[in-house]
Design a protein around this ligand. Structure first.
Ligand SMILES: [Zn+2]
Length: 186
């Protein structure tokens, strides 16, 4: 799979996210120290790329970005384990969806609204200040929200188009068979 839009935005966001990475790397260093685990360069390189990656991504997408943008070959197992570690360190949020797990950088937590296509499995993020306002008005007693996430399941634009094309084709086919049977009866 290719995600050109991701690569275009990646370059423009590189410098603006340096601070984000500095902050994230500091938190990861503290977490690693506290847990007494090895401080490998791979973990920090993966974190750097995640800090520069806008939006939600799957392991496949992250692997593609690592190889193309950072020229860094990393196995799926390493990516999976690192993402789990970053999730434990509250640096990454995992979205468990119907088809595959998706991840997102969450160094500064903010309310998320995800639009999940139930047909092709793509996930898009919806930005809305109204939702942030609504969430801030909610009073959750005896429960501390660390990361508010809302999921909406449905059909994406490209699947809607594909569906209507298929429906049109089926309709024409049905019409053709009807006309054929009519001619044969005559
Ligand atoms: Zn779709």
């Amino acid at each position: 799979m290719h995600f050109p839009h991701l690569f275009v935005t990646l370059h423009s966001r590189m410098s603006e996210n340096t601070d984000l990475y500095t902050q994230a790397a500091q938190r990861l260093t503290e977490y690693i120290k506290g847990k007494n685990i090895r401080k490998t360069p791979e973990r920090f390189e993966i974190l750097r790329i995640i800090c520069q990656t806008p939006g939600i991504f799957s392991i496949d997408q992250l692997q593609e970005i690592m190889e193309k943008e950072a020229k860094f070959n990393v196995s799926r197992v390493t990516l999976f384990n690192t993402l789990r570690l970053l999730e434990d360190a509250s640096l990454v949020i995992k979205h468990t969806l119907a088809r595959a797990a998706h991840y997102e950088c969450c160094i500064t937590p903010h309310p998320l609204v995800c639009l999940v296509c139930q047909k092709c499995g793509t996930v898009k993020k919806l930005e809305s200040s109204k939702i942030e306002n609504w969430l801030s008005e909610q009073k959750c007693k005896q429960f501390v929200i660390s990361q508010p996430v809302l999921y909406f399941h449905g059909l994406c634009r490209s699947c809607i188009v594909k569906n209507s094309i298929r429906n049109r084709k089926e309709k024409t086919k049905r019409k053709e068979t009807k006309t054929k049977t009519k001619i044969q009866k005559k």
